[in-house]
Design a protein around this ligand. Structure first.
Ligand code: SF4
Ligand code: SF4
Length: 77
């Protein structure tokens, strides 16, 4: 659970990466990401993700996919 993937196709066309940098990298409070030589983020420390969804909220390309940290069971009525 937690951060799943970064869609490399969507990330290719990020309008902010060339100007202000990757906002996903900047916003993550848990230091999950690192940047490659092109300035694109990759998931370096997946176990640190706390599923706060800040990166999902802020990525302008909706390129980041995160799931809830814990699966809650569906209880019967
Ligand atoms: S993850 Fe999102 S904000 Fe970061 S470079 Fe890729 S598209 Fe842009
Ligand atoms: S969900 Fe939160 S902790 Fe996880 S990678 Fe995104 S910003 Fe970082």
């Amino acid at each position: 659970m937690a951060i799943k993937t970064i869609d490399s196709e969507k990330c290719q066309v990020c309008p902010t990466r060339q100007t202000t940098g990757c906002v996903v990298y900047d916003i993550c409070p848990m230091d999950v990401y690192r940047l490659d030589e092109e300035g694109k983020p990759y998931i370096a420390y997946v176990r640190d993700c706390q599923s706060c969804f800040l990166c999902v909220r802020d990525c302008p390309q909706q390129a980041v996919y995160v799931t809830a940290l814990v699966d809650f069971p569906i209880l019967p009525y």
